[in-house]
Design a protein around this ligand. Structure first.
Ligand code: ADP
Ligand code: MG
Length: 250
């Protein structure tokens, strides 16, 4: 059965400060949603709250997967049900080899995968090459000494192997040069649109990555609320005019 993620009037705070002020959103597997908004509007907070980051306190509403409430479920349970998050600022995991990390997380999702160890290595290398990623990174610690662009590629590599049912992709385009952006966008597109199609919430500040990916729906978040949704033309309008005009008409 296809997965549906639903946020119902979700409120969340951190350190006593309310950041999410009533988010209602429904993402079905196979749909591509983009979430745009100025810095500080709460986009990263939303991504973390969906994935179950315990630092945030949910003060109202809830999160549902196929109608089942998951608001208080631990992160690994959400991941097992098919949710995935790529981080805006991926952290280093010192001493954990990227390849080992990929292999372990892959086996959690596909315990009965028939590939031999050697075949898995070849498979990962082929995915890495699609990203124009230096395959020697696979034998280094996760993100250890990686450049910003290499970290972002490592996030997409994880995603393309695990193939989650619904992915939240937080500012994958930040810190990428034009060539890396294109490689990341292409690999993301391959991953999203291969069968079964994934559901995506792609968070971005800029329109430039969207032109490679053609989202179905574009939402605009300002000050902890989604205040406008529309088609791709909304992203183009934001690129041209910024966010102020939206604030003004609200
Ligand atoms: P965006 O991703 O849209 O730029 P964020 O979700 O990162 O926005 O931040 C939204 C607001 O939440 C900001 O005002 C930020 O300072 C605040 N915030 C985020 N994390 C914390 C934290 N750990 N402690 C206090 N405030 C935080
Ligand atoms: Mg952010």
């Amino acid at each position: 059965m296809a997965l549906t993620l639903e946020l119902r009037d979700l409120h969340a705070e951190i350190e006593g400060k309310e950041i999410l002020k009533g988010i209602t959103l429904r993402i079905e597997q196979g749909q591509f949603h983009a979430l745009m908004g100025p810095n500080g509007s709460g986009k990263t907070t939303l991504s973390r709250v969906i994935m179950g980051d315990r630092r945030y306190k949910i003060t109202g509403g809830g999160i549902f997967l196929n109608g089942e409430e998951i608001t208080n479920l631990p992160t690994y349970e959400r991941a097992r049900r098919g949710l995935f998050l790529t981080f805006q600022n991926p952290v280093e995991l010192q001493g954990v080899k990227l390849f080992t990390f990929l292999r372990s997380s892959y086996l959690v999702h596909y315990p009965n995968d028939g590939r031999s160890f050697q075949e898995f290595i070849t498979y990962v290398q082929s995915k890495a090459r699609l990203l124009n990623m230096d395959t020697t990174l696979l034998s280094r610690g996760v993100n250890e000494g990686f450049s910003g662009g290499e970290r972002k590629k490592a996030e997409i590599l994880q995603m393309s192997l695990i193939k989650p049912r619904i992915a939240i992709v937080d500012e994958i385009d930040s810190g990428l040069d034009v060539d890396a952006l294109e490689a990341v966008a292409k690999s993301l597109k391959d991953t999203i649109y291969s069968e079964p199609r994934m559901g995506v919430l792609l968070i971005t500040h800029y329109q430039r990555i969207l032109k490679y990916l053609s989202p179905d729906i574009v939402h605009v978040m300002i000050d902890g609320k989604i205040i406008m949704s529309g088609d791709y033309s909304l992203a183009l309008k934001i690129e041209e005019k910024g966010y102020e005009w939206i604030r003004e008409i609200k």
